[in-house]
Design a protein around this ligand. Structure first.
Ligand SMILES: Cc1cc2nc3c(=O)[nH]c(=O)nc-3n(C[C@H](O)[C@H](O)[C@H](O)COP(=O)(O)O)c2cc1C
Length: 290
C-alpha cells in the first residue's frame, strides 16, 4: 500500500482498477458519453509528437459477427463499440500507440466504461485493407468498449476469461524491479512504489508483462524482454513494443495523478549510464523524475 499523497485519486484508482472486459451490456453508449469518449481520444498525449495518430470509431450492430473485423477474438467479445487507433511515423510507432491508447482505456475506466484490447499485429495488412488505412499505418490492437455486463453470467464470463489468460497473475514488484544493478531484484522504495504499482497493473497481449525496471541514480529505466513465450510465434514478438508503450502510458498517468513531473527519453541503443544489462532485455526508454 502506498501512502504517497495523490492529487487525483480517481485517476490513480482507475489505473489500478482497469480490467479487460469481454462481456458487455447490449445497449450502446449514449450520444453524450460517446462525445466524451471522442474528447478523451483527442486528448491522448503523444509519446513522440512527430508520429501521426488517428482513430476510427465503430458501432457494432446487435448480432453482428465481429470476427471479420476484429479477427477470431471478435467472437469472444460482445462490445457495442470499438476503436481502431492507428499511427504512422518513423520511430517507435507501436510503442507510441500503446502509450496513447492506454490513456484512453484508463480514462474510460474513470467513466465506468469497460475496455478490452484485441490484438491484430499478425493481421495488420488485412486490417489496413479492410478499413482503407494507409499502407504505412501501424495498428497493433483494437480497443473495444462499452458498459460491462452486469448479469451474473456476464460477470462470470469476464472473470473466467481473465483466469484463463492468467490476468489475475500480475508479476510481483520483486520480479520486475531492480535497483542499482540487475544483480539486485528489489522492492521499490516509497518514492517510486506507486509508479511501479501503476506499471504492474498495465494490460499486455496474453498477459506477457514484458516490462522490467532498473532504478539508477534518479532515473527509471524501462526494458522489455526480447522474447516472450506467451506471445507465441516470432511475428507476435513485436507486441513487446506495444505493451511497453502501454506500461509507459500507465506510468505517465500515475505521475499526473500523483502531481509529479517526469520526462521520457526513448533508448535507441546505448545509454552511457546504463550498466551491462542481461542480453534478454532490450532497453526501451528512461524516465527522468523531477
Ligand atoms: C496489445 C494487446 C492485445 C490483446 N489482445 C487480446 C485479444 O485479442 N483478446 C482478448 O480477449 N484479450 C486481449 N488482450 C487482453 C489481455 O489478455 C489482458 O490485458 C491481460 O490478460 C491482462 O489482463 P487485464 O487487462 O484484465 O489486466 C490484449 C491486450 C493487449 C495489451
Amino acid at each position: 500500500m502506498t501512502t504517497t499523497p495523490c492529487q487525483n485519486p480517481g485517476l490513480y484508482q482507475a489505473i489500478l482498477a482497469r480490467r479487460s472486459v469481454r462481456r458487455y451490456a447490449r445497449d450502446p453508449l449514449g450520444a453524450d458519453i460517446l462525445e466524451q469518449v471522442g474528447a478523451i481520444v483527442a486528448g491522448a498525449k503523444p509519446l513522440l509528437p512527430d508520429n501521426d495518430f488517428a482513430v476510427l470509431t465503430r458501432d457494432v450492430a446487435p448480432g453482428e459477427d465481429l470476427a471479420a473485423d476484429l479477427g477470431a477474438y471478435g467472437r469472444l467479445v460482445t462490445p457495442p463499440h470499438y476503436l481502431l487507433p492507428y499511427g504512422t511515423g518513423e520511430e517507435h510507432v507501436w510503442t507510441d500507440l500503446g502509450y496513447r491508447v492506454e490513456q484512453v482505456a484508463v480514462r474510460l475506466t474513470e467513466l465506468g466504461i469497460g475496455t478490452c484490447y484485441v490484438g491484430c499485429l499478425a493481421r495488420e495488412e488485412a486490417v489496413r485493407a479492410r478499413f482503407g488505412l494507409p499502407e504505412t499505418a501501424h495498428i497493433g490492437a483494437f480497443l473495444v468498449f462499452g458498459y460491462p455486463a452486469t448479469s451474473v453470467g456476464g460477470r462470470a464470463v469476464n472473470s473466467a476469461i481473465r483466469r484463463v489468460v492468467g490476468a489475475v497473475n500480475k508479476l510481483p514488484p520483486e520480479r520486475i524491479f531492480f535497483q542499482g544493478s540487475f544483480e539486485y531484484p528489489a522492492l521499490p522504495d516509497d518514492e517510486i512504489a506507486p509508479l511501479i504499482e501503476a506499471a504492474r497493473a498495465a494490460p499486455s497481449a496474453d498477459n506477457a508483462q514484458p516490462w522490467r525496471f532498473l532504478w539508477l541514480e534518479g532515473m527509471l529505466y524501462l526494458f522489455v524482454r526480447r522474447h516472450n513465450r506467451r506471445y507465441g510465434p516470432e511475428h507476435h514478438q513485436a507486441y513487446r513494443y506495444y505493451d511497453g508503450g502501454i506500461c509507459m502510458g500507465n506510468l505517465s498517468l500515475a505521475l499526473e495523478a500523483l502531481g509529479r513531473a517526469g520526462h521520457w527519453t526513448m533508448l535507441d541503443g546505448e545509454d552511457p549510464l546504463l550498466p551491462d544489462c542481461p542480453p534478454d532485455l532490450e532497453p526501451l526508454a528512461k524516465l527522468a523524475l523531477a
